[in-house]
Ligand binder design. Structure first.
Ligand SMILES: C[S@@+](CC[C@H](N)C(=O)[O-])C[C@H]1O[C@@H](n2cnc3c(N)ncnc32)[C@H](O)[C@@H]1O
Length: 464
């Protein structure tokens, strides 16, 4: 089949990337697997073949002949092109159903389907994110990458994933770049000035931090700094949070990175504050923080309930970030005597140490920075461990060390928080040699996308 070939198909399901799938006859007697981004089950479509993804033919939607029952009109004008929301055209119930089908199918493969609990749906399906990293494209677009592309960008007017007002900020940066002759970054040739506009919100504190990430901060004149500062200061706060801080960040590495190596603060403070379940967190501009504040509170509830049920005395919060779970556990669970947090990001660890004092649990907590794979369990001996690794999952050494035959004392309870349940299919079988899986709780922290968070509770098997 040649690029540009047109087909008529009916979508019969979704693949792991959230694309609608179909099996189509591309020539007499020859059938192929087709995937169409932004399509819905039951859609009858005219599509055109644009690229291959291994054996799958990726097609672009040209015409909806008949819409599937789950299709709705998206709220956002960029839906259908923007890579931020692959499923905005699907009813929320259909999104949840498809996520849960995927979760049940995958855990079913390792005999755990009956451990999967009902999903906790999102409290808000739009405007739920507290952070967006908008890239500056080579033609001066500011927005998100197009679905399936690494170098084509959607120039975003308004984004419905963040709280309102992001579009106005992006427009200020566009006009500022033109006025001061600042060039958009070119990801291919690693040249230009302005690379990313990152917006982070303290949803419960009404704070908003704007970070303009540039390649070389010395290229931003004092006049340009004053200009953007003045423009941002006059942004009206209602109904959206007005920026409480503005930073110029510098990232000189050629890789496509939205975090900065250094910052200059033009307005406000160099961090933002968020409060979740009455626990206060100071957040560094580069640090990880759960991106859905409302659902982060529910996630914390689930994790803390498991910590409490385990009658935890010593808790290890591995991949702890700025202490999201560990500090809350120390503050809310009286029986806990000690919390040890371990995390790669040094800035996050500095903030965790600050956050433990802000929340008056400094005497119970200790935070260390370093790679989880280098941690020596003999130094920790926790009875409960929280594991919350990045999307890539656990380093194999972490699993090896945790389950080593000579391990001095296995933790009684492991609470594995994962934003990528596909990794769990590979990792859980090793744990299951020594641990029973008690429950798997899915929580929808990411509406309009195919992602879902899961909390898996593991209990040490009885010896004998
Ligand atoms: C999903 S986040 C969880 C953070 C924290 N538990 C929270 O809820 O805010 C994963 C964290 O793992 C950290 N990380 C990534 N690789 C790591 C490694 N090799 N060792 C330790 N921490 C790592 C990241 O910096 C990030 O803070």
């Amino acid at each position: 089949m040649k690029f540009g070939h047109k087909l008529k198909i009916e979508i019969d399901g979704y693949d792991a990337k959230g694309r609608g799938t179909a099996r189509a006859e591309i020539a007499e007697g020859i059938e192929r697997d087709i995937a169409v981004p932004h399509s819905a089950k039951g859609d009858e479509l005219e599509v055109v073949f644009i690229k291959r993804d291994h054996a799958v033919k990726i097609c672009e939607l040209e015409k909806i002949v008949k819409a599937g029952a789950d299709r709705i009109k998206p709220v956002c004008e960029h839906a259908g092109k923007c890579g931020g929301c692959i499923w905005q055209h699907l009813k929320y119930e259909a999104q949840l159903e498809e996520k849960m089908r995927g979760v049940r199918e995958l855990f079913g493969k390792i005999g755990l389907e009956d451990k999967v609990l009902d999903v906790m749906p999102a409290e808000e399906t739009l405007n739920y994110r507290n952070r967006m990293d908008y890239a500056v494209g080579w033609n001066g677009e500011i927005g998100l990458k197009e679905t399936g592309s690494w170098n084509r960008y959607v120039d975003i007017k308004e984004c419905h994933l963040l709280q309102p007002g992001a579009g106005e900020i992006l427009q200020i940066v566009r006009e500022w770049m033109t006025k001061h002759d600042l060039q958009p970054w070119d990801v291919k040739f690693h040249s230009g000035d302005v690379r990313y506009v990152v917006i982070r919100d303290g949803v419960n504190t009404n704070e908003r931090m704007v970070i303009v990430v540039v390649g070389d901060a010395t290229r931003i004149s004092d006049k340009a700094k004053k200009d953007i500062k003045d423009k941002v200061l006059v942004l009206s706060p209602s109904p959206s949070p007005s920026p409480s801080s503005l930073l110029i960040g510098e990232q000189s590495k050629p890789a496509d990175l939205s975090y900065a190596q250094s910052f200059e603060v033009l307005i406000g403070k160099p961090s933002i504050t968020e409060v979740v379940n009455d626990v206060t967190y100071e957040i560094h501009p580069n640090s990880f923080f759960q991106t859905n504040t409302k659902m982060a509170a529910r996630l914390q509830d689930v994790v803390l309930e498991a910590v409490r049920d385990a009658k935890t005395k010593k808790l290890l919060d591995l991949y702890c970030g700025l202490g999201f779970f560990g500090i809350a556990a120390a503050k809310k669970i009286g029986e806990i005597q000690e919390v040890v947090g371990y995390e790669l990001d040094e800035e996050a660890i500095k903030l965790a140490s600050q956050n433990m004092n802000v929340n008056e649990v400094g005497e119970k907590c200790r935070f260390f920075s370093g790679p989880a794979e280098a941690l020596d369990w003999k130094d920790v001996k926790a009875d409960t461990i929280i594991l919350d690794p990045p999307r890539s999952g656990l380093h194999h050494k972490v699993i090896q060390t945790l389950l080593a035959e000579d391990s001095p004392s296995y933790p009684q309870t492991i609470i594995y928080v994962s934003c990528n349940y596909h990794r769990l299919e590979h990792e859980l079988p090793s744990f299951m040699e020594k641990y029973d899986v008690v429950s798997i709780q899915p929580l929808d922290l990411f509406p309009q996308t195919r992602h879902i968070e899961t909390v898996v509770i593991l209990k040490l098997k009885a010896l004998g």
